[in-house]
Design a binder for this molecule. Structure first.
Ligand SMILES: Cc1cc2nc3c(=O)[nH]c(=O)nc-3n(C[C@H](O)[C@H](O)[C@H](O)COP(=O)(O)O)c2cc1C
Length: 202
């Protein structure tokens, strides 16, 4: 059984610091034998959540756009890597917009109780948050973590690890960082091995 890895690139800036960090992670995952897919959110067409709450009754989102098939692909993945640069001390609009659109899955889980992830399922599904920031502040990623936690929780992924690099302004971009790209590649390789073992396919 292949280990399916999906990476969501939430930066509007193509091939910038964050997407390159995601690419390094995905390259490592592929090297480890993972079946890898990258999705560039800015190239998809989806609207923010309307807050109509129809999903609280039906478990379905009434807005039929690119977000819906993407959630199918995410739910059939073993590893979900979510990448966003820090914008105004949080995640980008592209990523937050998608996270909010998962509300119909949240409704299935917590209101309708038609969807359930066992502890074992969650343990076998790993979520990784990938981010870069311009500032050197230690707390620059802090506002991003809760939204990412909520996303992984709704989708049945264990929040497994962060791959984060601050101080991009001083480093002159991710290529100037001494360890981040190599660390991302190593973590991609490693997580696929961990998941394969958990799936009993070592
Ligand atoms: C609109 C915007 C807002 C930003 N806000 C912050 C911020 O609040 N804190 C910070 O450390 N860096 C901030 N940055 C810098 C980016 O986080 C940083 O340059 C990042 O590495 C860009 O990643 P990218 O190349 O993938 O777009 C901001 C950049 C932009 C374009």
């Amino acid at each position: 059984m292949p280990v399916r890895v999906i990476g969501l690139s939430g930066s509007p800036h193509r091939h910038g610091n964050t997407e390159r960090l995601l690419d390094a992670f995905l390259a490592g995952a592929e090297e480890g034998g993972g079946d890898v897919e990258k999705v560039v959110l800015k190239d998809l067409s989806y609207t923010p959540c309307r807050g109509c709450n129809a999903c609280h009754k039906t478990g379905e989102c009434i807005v039929r756009d690119d977000a819906i098939p993407l959630f199918d692909r995410i739910l059939s993945s073993d590893c979900l890597a979510v990448a966003s640069p820090i914008y105004s001390m949080g995640i980008t609009a592209e990523l937050k917009g998608l996270i909010d659109r998962a509300q119909f899955l949240w409704a299935r889980k917590f209101i309708l109780k038609t969807m359930y992830f066992s502890d074992d399922h969650v343990r076998r599904h790993k979520g990784i948050f990938i981010s870069t920031a311009g500032l050197s502040w230690d707390n620059v990623f802090d506002a991003a973590f809760p939204a990412v936690t909520a996303f992984f929780n709704t989708l049945g992924f264990e929040y497994y690890d962060n791959i984060i690099a601050n101080n991009m302004d001083q480093y002159g971009g991710i290529q100037g960082h001494p360890t981040a790209l190599a660390e991302a590649r190593k973590k991609g390789l490693s997580v696929v091995g961990v998941i394969r073992k958990l799936k009993g396919d070592s």
